[in-house]
Design a protein around this ligand. Structure first.
Ligand code: ADP
Length: 261
């Protein structure tokens, strides 16, 4: 609200970046960062001529360093811009590269905004076809600020099929519409669990919640990602599934979503 009252900052594209896709969620822990990472890898895998970057503006809880198995301080270019770190062919920038891993990230309002501005403006991306942005969860100042600073091609909203996550996802979709960011659609994460032993399928968080929400909000469902141990393990060990197990059904689910955005 504070940002709104200061008036709209002038939107300026990030130099060298053709399309910005933000990945957002109403609440934490629904798989937003996992989706952002695998979506970035899938965009690159679907078309090897495309250059893809990943920007982590989840300044309170950056996950990209761990998920992309990266750490270290970015070098500065001649024009004093930060150079992204590279892994699996994806250029990455994260608050996690700029602060000690153990440092408590107790950013107060203004510090967060200056950190965001640094991440949006002081990175030398070179030429990118897609920049995937991992947003913080929720609908706060950071999300609004990012939407006001740079032109965004579209938002992907991640939710589990559970009522509570969906209520928050709805708020997210409504916020993006208010700031004129097109919502590309919903990703329903953890929708089905298949027992690796008996192959029985269980809808742990409900079956079709995101689909129903999508219908009421007139949004597309971009795809379903199953709840799967391999997604958790690969994500948490910095070997994202689209990179490490591209032939798996789980990776294919992300590749299909990337083909939709
Ligand atoms: P968020 O960014 O929404 O907080 P994360 O992407 O960090 O969520 O995911 C939270 C946890 O759930 C992580 O440990 C991640 O590996 C795991 N996870 C995410 N999606 C799946 C999935 N489809 N199947 C299994 N585990 C998942």
């Amino acid at each position: 609200a504070q940002i709104m009252s200061r008036g709209l900052p002038k939107q300026k594209p990030i130099e060298g970046v053709k399309q910005v896709i933000v990945v957002a969620s109403g609440k934490g822990g629904v798989g937003k960062s996992t989706t952002a990472v695998n979506l970035a890898l899938a965009l690159a895998a679907n078309d090897s001529s495309k250059a893809v970057g990943l920007l982590d503006v989840d300044v309170y809880g950056p996950s990209i360093p761990k998920m992309m198995n990266l750490k270290g301080n970015p070098e500065l270019s001649q024009s004093n811009l930060m150079r992204p770190l590279l892994n699996y062919g994806i250029a990455c920038m994260s608050m996690g590269f700029l602060v000690e891993e153990t440092a408590p990230v107790v950013w107060r309002g203004l510090m967060v905004m200056s950190a965001i501005e640094k991440l949006l403006r002081q990175v030398d991306w070179g030429q990118l076809d897609y920049l995937v942005v991992d947003m913080p969860p929720g609908t706060g100042d950071v999300q609004i600020s990012v939407s006001q600073h740079i032109p965004i091609s579209g938002a992907v909203i991640v939710s589990t099929p559970q009522d509570i996550a969906l209520m928050d996802a709805r708020k997210g979709a409504e916020m993006f519409r208010k700031v004129h960011v097109p919502v590309l659609g919903l990703v329903q994460n953890m929708s089905v669990f298949q027992c690796p032993k008996c192959k029985h399928r269980t809808h742990i968080f409900g079956a079709d919640g995101a689909r129903r929400l999508a219908r009421t909000l007139d949004l597309d469902v971009l795809g379903d990602i199953p709840l799967h141990l391999n997604i958790r393990e690969t994500s948490d060990t910095g070997q994202p599934i689209v990179f490490s197990q591209p032939e798996s059904d789980e990776a294919k689910a992300y590749l299909r979503i990337a083909a939709e955005v």
